[in-house]
Design a protein around this ligand. Structure first.
Ligand code: GZL
Ligand code: ZN
Length: 331
């Protein structure tokens, strides 16, 4: 197992932000080109975002834009690929052709990245991954910063195991984007955690991490099994859980009571549904990765050694815990 660097809490994120800002302003202050920056010391970064599929993604994009700001010494070229893998790879190729100083990618899916990452390497442009991972060799990118999706799945599964234990439980799963690291790892982590329980996965289908996707898939499950045929929904993210809530209520049932829901992300709307008793448990997935990603880009351009994997800690929330923190959370 590669060495993991666990960074907990927002305090550390703030400290790194200062570091990141410091480096950039130093190079501006001294007027030199700054490591990797062009002659005016501005570091030009191409960022290939997945799209705008969920509340989590919006928070992540905001965090990245704040970190890679002109004030911090960056010129950010932003592309959102609308959950289209071919478009995202084309955007990275475009960054290479523009000769940016560095590329940051939140890869929609794990596979298909080897060629374009090799092209970036051949062009001498370092790549930092944020959020999701790729199956390509880690020689093809400088570093990855994100969350432990497998652990998120385990934490959601452990809650389900404790809650339902040996009570025969019929569960349906709203999967994330097919082929994405979070969908793959949250499924395997959860399955591992519930393997010795009486929880039976009767169906599982992708809702593509969107609210509409979750609603449509849940409508299908309700038609197929009926309200009484489903005890638990495991949603790979809050947006799909919120869509499932709409479908369950439209079927005249009470989400969180007639059909329990466990979800991942802990974005504002998900936490509100948890407070309202419509979701039963949420595992956080921290989207505030911008400062860490910016710090990694600057360190790589400065020729510093960086960790290949930088993990950010997550936490979990019951309905009571959500009520305590909902007003103080930054996303
Ligand atoms: C997880 C991230 C996932 C979120 C979804 O880090 O990749 O994508 O869980 C988002 O909300 O769409
Ligand atoms: Zn410039």
């Amino acid at each position: 197992m590669k060495k993991k660097t666990l960074l907990a809490g927002f305090a550390l994120l703030g400290a790194l932000a200062l570091t990141a800002t410091g480096c950039a302003s130093d190079s501006d202050a001294t007027g030199d080109a700054g490591a990797g920056g062009d002659d005016d010391g501005v570091v030009t970064v191409g960022f290939a975002q997945t799209g705008s599929e969920s509340g989590w993604r919006s928070a992540n994009t905001e965090s990245m834009k704040e970190a890679f700001s002109a004030d911090n010494g960056f010129e950010l070229i932003f592309n959102a690929a609308d959950n289209d893998t071919a478009a995202q790879i084309a955007a990275v190729r475009d960054f290479i052709n523009q000769g940016v100083d560095a590329i940051v990618i939140a890869p929609i899916v794990e596979d298909g990245w080897d060629d374009v990452l090799q092209e970036a390497a051949d062009a001498g442009i370092p790549v930092v991954l944020e959020d999701r991972t790729v199956s390509a060799s880690d020689d093809l990118y400088a570093s990855w910063v994100g969350l432990d999706f497998e652990k998120e799945g385990v934490m959601a599964g452990e809650w389900a195991a404790e809650t339902f234990g040996d009570t025969p439980t019929k569960m349906v799963v709203l999967e994330g984007t097919t082929g994405s690291a979070p969908a793959n790892d949250r499924a395997s982590g959860f399955d591992e955690a519930v393997k010795d329980t009486a929880i039976e996965k009767i169906d599982s289908q992708t809702g593509d991490f969107t609210r509409d996707g979750g609603k449509t898939v849940m409508e299908g499950f309700l038609q197929k099994y009926g309200v009484d045929g489903i005890d638990l929904v495991y949603a790979h993210n809050d947006d799909m859980a919120l869509g499932a809530i709409e479908a369950i209520e439209a079927a005249g049932a009470e989400p969180g009571v007639d059909i329990q829901i466990v979800s991942i992300d802990a974005v504002k709307d998900g936490m509100q549904a948890l407070v309202d008793g419509k979701i039963n448990f949420i595992v956080e997935c921290n989207p505030l990765l911008g400062d860490l990603a910016a710090g990694l880009v600057l360190d790589v351009l400065d020729g510093k050694e960086v960790e290949k994997e930088v993990y950010v800690e997550d936490q979990t929330f019951t309905q009571e815990q959500a009520a305590e923190v909902i007003d103080s959370r930054p996303y």
